[in-house]
Design a protein around this ligand. Structure first.
Ligand SMILES: *Cc1c(COP(=O)(O)O)cnc(C)c1O
Length: 460
């Protein structure tokens, strides 16, 4: 049975159920599996033929084993990915001789977060039902996470979901994807403040949960191990379809909190031959600076045309640094203490040296728009702004292996960038044609902790 340890080495190890229900470790670190399963070339050859849900079962079972029977887990995964609107779940599309897109936007909310949150919602519900508890999911969103979390949890009869978004500061499509969900356990709060205010209220609520009585508060942000785990699968899926393990592949990931890219790194540690990992950011480029310069930094947030990549600190980067340093929790503990005190820290030399196949780049809004325009002209493909950033950076790091760019969102979700590129806004897929006509339900609340907590307490 897999055990999970903290990257800062000062918390007790937990089992799968433990990490499922917890966010950060008590020592401030993130949970990672103590060991990784490794697939042989022979195993990978046989896995190459599997449909998505069956591959997901094989790749993730070693992490879940002991939590539930395998046949029940298989059924849960099958149900999860049956909700995607493409028979391939994550289809690959060739963009040119070297570049491929892995389309990750065929899930219920049209962005890659569906891969993890649809599974997480089901696993949480199961864990709570077994304990005879009801849980409260509380989250802040600047867009994609909120709708994916709502969609993932709304069927959970053990769960109530409260999502805070900044009032009048998310796109209409994103707002409607959250507010038109009518299940009685889903509550949308439009906070009179910005995304940081939303996050601060959620954080404060985790800090003091007394307003909830005996209910358990649950985090669904991307530090949750089960989310990272679910994302390992499609790196194998794409790589195996393009010739791995007989040849290496490369990946480019539009990154923010870094959960996505870290999952790719784990795939490579589990046996997938990867040539290059390319990390792409928008002008909120702390990750790019860390990878190029070997320092952790904090910068003020600047809104962009790719809002799901607007971030100040990439939490999951710590997991990568821990792994690259050979699981040296003491080094991470020291580095993160310095970072917390000084807002800046040097990444140890031996960790940077281990990152030799990690590349990065940052892309401005103007370049994002130009990239959408250019690839539309040459291929007819409309890239969403997040995907365009990935493709733009990937172009700088092409090698001998096929470069797989993660297409993280559907262009219909981010009309502003598409229109700025001089293109018609993309149509919503058939299942969402009536989104703009559906009735909305949300509560506008002031940026006030007591009022938000009272709203939550009155409804659970
Ligand atoms: C969340 C998100 C990202 C960034 O993913 P991380 O795991 O936070 O690095 C990129 N693109 C889109 C569309 C997203 O929703």
């Amino acid at each position: 049975m897999m055990r999970y340890v903290s990257t800062r080495g000062q918390s007790e190890a937990l089992d799968f159920e433990g990490v499922l229900l917890r966010g950060l470790a008590p020592d401030g670190g993130l949970y990672v599996p103590e060991t990784l399963p490794k697939f042989s070339a022979e195993q990978l050859h046989s896995m190459a033929k599997l449909p998505y849900a069956e591959l997901a079962l094989e790749v993730t079972w070693p992490f879940v084993e002991g939590f539930m029977p395998k046949d029940e887990y298989a059924a849960l995964i099958k149900e999860t990915y049956a909700e995607f609107h493409h028979p391939a779940v994550a289809p690959l599309k060739q963009l040119d001789g070297k570049l491929w897109l892995l389309e990750q936007f065929h899930g219920p909310t049209l962005a890659f977060k569906d891969f993890a949150l649809q599974l997480l919602g089901r696993l949480l519900n199961l864990a709570l039902a077994r304990k005879g508890e009801r849980g409260v999911v509380m989250g802040a969103t600047s867009g994609d996470t909120g709708s994916a979390a709502i969609e993932g949890c709304r069927h959970g009869d053990q769960l109530d979901v409260f999502i805070l978004h900044p009032h009048e500061r998310v796109s209409e499509v994103q707002r409607r994807q959250m507010t038109t969900v009518t299940d009685p356990n889903v509550f949308n709060i439009a906070l009179q403040g910005d995304f940081d205010d939303c996050q601060a209220l959620v954080k404060a609520s985790f800090g003091d949960q007394s307003f909830l009585g005996d209910r358990r508060l649950i985090a669904v942000n991307s530090i949750n191990w089960a989310r990272v785990m679910a994302q390992i699968v499609y790196f194998f899926y794409a790589g195996l379809r393009l010739g791995a393990p007989d040849r290496s592949v490369s990946f480019c990931v539009p990154s923010a909190n870094f959960g996505h890219m870290f999952a790719g790194y784990l795939a490579s540690q589990m046996g997938l031959p990867v040539d290059r990992f390319v990390v792409a950011t928008n002008h909120n480029d702390a990750l790019d600076r860390s990878i190029k310069g070997g320092v952790l930094e904090r910068q003020p947030l600047k809104p962009s045309l790719s809002p799901s990549m607007d971030i100040v600190v990439s939490s999951n980067f710590e997991r990568l640094l821990y792994a690259l340093g050979g699981n040296d929790a003491q080094a991470i503990h020291t580095m993160m203490s310095t970072f917390a005190e000084q807002g800046e820290a040097q990444i140890p030399e031996k960790i940077m040296q281990a990152a030799s196949n990690l590349y990065s780049g940052a892309v401005s809004d103007d370049e994002t728009v130009a990239t959408i325009k250019r690839w539309h002209a040459s291929t007819g493909e409309v890239l969403d702004p997040h995907t365009a950033i990935g493709v733009r950076v990937a172009e700088n790091y092409l090698g001998d292996s096929p470069m797989i760019c993660m297409a993280t969102a559907h262009p219909a979700k981010f009309a502003e960038a598409v229109v700025a590129a001089g293109l018609e806004p993309s149509a919503l897929p058939a299942t969402m044609q009536d989104l703009m006509q559906r009735e909305e339900r949300y509560e506008v609340l002031p940026n006030d902790l007591a009022q938000v907590q009272r709203y939550v307490a009155d409804r659970i």
